[in-house]
Design a binder for this molecule. Structure first.
Ligand code: ADP
Ligand code: MG
Length: 626
């Protein structure tokens, strides 16, 4: 294999021992578990031969929760205790849920933490606990099939998942008793499943249309290294919408009015799904509706179906264009397109994707299983079963990570779409004489001003030895690990004092929010730059005013004559006045004027300082370096 391995501590193994490791696709609609056996990766079926486990959990009064198909079937009769699509709630806060929650039937209760819980007959359950139930079933399935305990798992997450969502996924795995080797982006897993890592280089688009979500990712493979160039998507678009489009069509044809009850609508959507899936293999499907007072018989052919789903497919092409633009490439520069997600079985989807990218997509691996298979290949490497192979999978940060600097501005430390794992450091200094603490504010976003970005964490570096302003050298390091989790470290270089924070925000951003933040940053780029330039000048002005004022107080009497003092005070007064306004040029000029008029004073102070320092010492002490 051409990839380089990110080796995890303590994981080198003896070459003969095969360690049981799995890849898990924890999906919104369906979840799967896969493993590598005798050199090839495949998904594992349950006792009845089903590979797909519906991601649905039903809580009961006095028994263990039911997961999968049986739970799905109870969704209609027991909606409050049967939780579907819990992935949408992972890592989200109470406030986020309020938006998503309106469309969900569950009873939400706000817990002590930011994490929302769902009220069920067996108590209040968090999204992390609910996901853990799904993972437990998959773990159990793998252990009974493989006949042993698992060393670990690679769990896939959408590329756009933020810190909180990734953390929540890891927490769920821990709760299910799984050791997580690492989280892996879903598109990257799909690319690995197709062995694209074997190629020397190329740019690939991963088109993932699932039950309720659409994701597009552009990956670049270069010299054996995978890099996610960009991602985009729509978190409310998928196969379910196709089911509803067919259901609506049936209602119109059958003359079922909009007064259909909730249960009836669910049944119609189920029938819509059956018809849709059947049209993948046949050109026409017979329909019989026995609901309501009058039964209806009809048929839907593939042309009419295509007209129903075309507007939905159109909506997937909008993020496709954006992802190409973000990656800075044209559709014809894509070397291959990988189809992921059950909804890419729809023939019309394949046709439209082919004409959009101008080449037939890769689809010979089952699009439901391809993500789990890629994850299993990666798990096999991380378990140490392929110790000679090298493998490095790089993912990206969806938004820039920055730090607040003087004047409420942000300085980007890790720019968005950086490949991870990544560590970047930047040096900062103190603003005031004798400053002994520095407040570090970690933000995420593209805008220039902190108020327009999202605050991730704040912490303080204390016990900085007192020095003149600008004397301390504080190195701030941002590190994003292979799972996409951020930690920030600040260290004063001369004294070695240090402070550290692991960023675990209490709730995450929705991908729509990420998108909005990106759009905002494009829309405001010009005015942001202007605001930033002005703020920078104002900060410079403040710094100068402060240092000149302090110098005057300390040495003004001693080192300056009256005329010099008056000239400096006049320059200072002018600077203070223009600094209040927003005339960038005027502030710049006032800064240079003040600089010029204080230059001699500064030189004299330095001489005086040197003389003071040398008093009472012999020159020997300095030259011998003691
Ligand atoms: P998720 O990633 O959201 O967990 P999946 O990748 O499992 O979802 O995709 C589920 C969707 O795929 C459902 O909408 C389902 O109807 C659709 N699907 C599955 N099989 C077919 C098929 N043969 N033809 C059309 N759609 C299908
Ligand atoms: Mg999926």
């Amino acid at each position: 294999m051409a990839l380089l391995q990110i080796s995890e501590p303590g994981q080198s193994t003896s070459p003969h021992e095969h360690r049981l490791a799995v890849g898990i696709d924890l999906g919104t609609t369906n979840s799967l578990v896969a493993t590598v056996r005798s050199g090839s990766a495949d998904t594992l079926p349950d006792a009845t031969g089903e590979h797909l486990l519906p991601s649905v959990v039903r809580y009961l009064t006095d028994a263990e929760p039911v997961v999968g198909r049986a739970a799905l079937e109870a969704a209609a009769s027991d909606p409050l205790n049967t939780i579907a699509s819990v992935k949408r709630l992972m890592g989200r806060g109470v406030a986020d849920i309020r938006h998503i929650g309106e469309t969900l039937p569950y009873e939400f209760v706000a817990g002590e933490s930011q994490m929302p819980r769902i009220h069920t007959v067996s108590g209040d359950r968090s999204p992390v606990e609910i996901s853990a139930e799904i993972l437990k079933v998959l773990k159990q399935r793998a252990e009974s099939t493989l006949g042993g305990e698992l060393t670990g798992a690679v769990i896939t997450v959408p590329a756009y998942f933020d810190d909180a969502q990734r953390q929540a996924t890891k927490d769920a795995a821990r709760l299910a008793g799984l050791h997580v080797f690492r989280l892996l982006n879903e598109p990257t897993a799909a690319a690995v499943a197709y062995g694209l890592d074997q190629k020397p280089e190329g740019i690939y688009a991963i088109y993932d249309l699932g039950g309720g979500t659409f994701d597009i990712s552009i990956l670049r493979l270069n010299r054996g290294v995978f890099e996610v160039m960009s991602t985009a998507g729509d978190s409310a678009l998928g196969g379910d919408d196709m089911d509803h489009a067919v259901a609506n069509w049936m209602m119109q044809e059958a003359g079922i009015s909009g007064s259909a009850g909730r249960g009836e609508l669910r049944a119609l959507a189920r029938e819509g799904r059956r018809v849709k899936e059947a049209l993948t293999d046949s050109d026409v499907v017979n329909i019989e509706l026995n609901q309501g007072d009058r039964p209806w018989r009809g048929e839907l052919n593939v042309d009419a179906f295509n007209r129903l789903v075309d507007p939905l497919i159109d909506r997937t092409l909008v993020p496709c264009k954006r992802a190409l633009r973000d990656a800075g490439i044209k559709a014809d520069e894509i070397d291959g397109v990988v189809l992921v997600g059950g909804s890419t079985r729809v023939r019309r989807v394949r046709e439209r994707v082919e004409s959009f990218f101008g080449k037939p997509p890769l689809a010979n691996i089952d699009p439901d299983r391809v993500v789990a298979i890629g994850a299993a290949l990666q798990a096999d490497v991380l378990a140490g079963n392929k110790s000679e192979d090298e493998m490095l999978l790089l993912d990206i940060t969806p938004l820039s990570l920055g730090i607040e600097i003087m004047g409420g501005m942000t300085e980007k430390i890790i720019p968005r779409n950086s490949t991870i794992p990544i560590a970047k450091a930047q040096d900062f200094t103190t603003f005031k004489d004798g400053q002994t603490a520095m407040s570090i504010h970690v933000v995420q976003g593209e805008r220039e001003m902190v108020d327009d970005c999202r605050s991730l964490a704040r912490f303080e570096l204390r016990d900085i030895p007192p020095m003149a302003a600008g004397g301390a050298r504080i190195r701030v390091t941002y590190q994003v690990d292979a799972d996409g989790l951020l930690s920030v470290n600040a260290r004063e270089q001369t004294s070695g004092v240090e402070a550290h924070v692991e960023v675990k925000p209490s709730y995450g951003l929705t991908d729509n929010e990420i998108e909005t933040m990106l759009k905002d940053s494009f829309a405001h780029a010009r005015e942001d730059m202007d605001a930033r330039n002005l703020r920078e000048q104002q900060v410079d002005a403040d710094r100068l005013i402060e240092s000149v004022t302090a110098a005057l107080a300390a040495d003004g009497e001693e080192l300056l004559d009256d005329a010099e003092r008056t000239a400096i005070l006049a320059a200072l007064a002018n600077l203070e006045a223009v600094r209040q306004g927003s005339d960038l040029q005027a502030i710049k000029q006032a800064i240079s004027a003040t600089d010029a008029v204080t230059q001699d004073f500064a030189a004299r102070r330095m001489d005086a300082g040197m003389r003071k320092a040398l008093t009472g010492h012999t020159l020997d002490e300095f030259t011998s370096g003691k």
